[in-house]
Design a protein around this ligand. Structure first.
Ligand SMILES: [Zn+2]
Ligand SMILES: [Zn+2]
Length: 112
């Protein structure tokens, strides 16, 4: 009896995990990574620079951003010495207080 279908796999272009679902294999990216890419694209559209998106991603990978309650997160400063309370709209860091766009909020948008 002939096989009805073969199970195709592919590698996620973002995290290199093995993809098994037909949809993911067709797209070449896993569902989670696709969602993250869409969020990163939205963050870039909001005016964040690619290196800020990168820093935001590292913050999440390092576990340096922790949900507190609701949309409030605590982020650890880049040198690990301080903590800032951050939401998608406000941040307690000096950069934000100086009116600059800080990547902490980009991380909240990514992590939310
Ligand atoms: Zn992936
Ligand atoms: Zn900040």
């Amino acid at each position: 009896m002939a096989k009805q279908h073969t199970t195709k796999t592919a590698t996620c272009r973002r995290c290199y995990a093995t993809l098994r679902s037909t949809q993911s294999v067709t797209r070449g990216i896993g569902a989670h990574c696709e969602r993250m890419e869409r969020r990163e694209a939205a963050i870039r559209e909001a005016g964040y620079k690619p290196h800020q998106v990168e820093s935001a991603r590292e913050l999440i990978e390092d576990g340096a951003i922790v949900p507190l309650h609701g949309d409030l997160f605590v982020v650890v400063s880049s040198d690990g010495s301080e903590f800032y309370e951050t939401t998608a709209h406000t941040c307690g860091c000096p950069a934000f207080e100086a009116g600059r766009r800080c990547y902490h909020r980009a991380a909240v948008l990514l992590a939310a």
